[in-house]
Design a protein around this ligand. Sequence first.
Ligand code: HEC
Length: 144
Amino acid sequence: MKNRRLLLFMSLWLVLALALVGCGGDNGGNAGNDTGNTNGGETDGGEEVAAGDAAHGEELYNQVCIACHGEGGQGIEGLGKPFTTSEFIADQSDQELLDFIKTGRPVGHPDNTTGVDMPPKGGNPALTDEDILDIIAYIRTVQE
Ligand code: HEC
């Protein structure tokens, strides 16, 4: 009789202890995961995964870049270089081109070959990273 009661008592404590440990761990883990997933999913998924939209890029190109780089990226003598035959463009990743277009290539830059400025963002500071990635998607389509 006495032993049984003791056993029951011990088991109760054991169950209680396990339950506490289990719940503590679960709650902490779930709470962390839930917030992490929600935040990550909403901000990252929407903004970063989108691939460049070449049609939108063409519109922007025709407003901003065409003045120097010509129709269809053919280039204009004495202004912007052609994109159609540019090995530079072919060699760069989208990210590298994005950085390049945001910085430009001024006359004093060692890589400048024309003696003409490539202005940052083609001289239009309103272009967002996404706009420029769209333009990059477009200029990849004019490459020969
Ligand atoms: C005011 C004229 C001008 C405008 C506007 C302009 N560029 Fe340029 N761009 C240049 C010049 C000049 C060069 C060549 C610089 C050099 O001598 O290396 C150049 C070079 C480049 C190159 C490197 C090509 C190569 O083969 O080295 C890329 C890419 C480029 N421009 C993208 C753009 C994009 C995209 C836009 C529009 C957002 C734009 N440019 C608008 C003048 C311009």
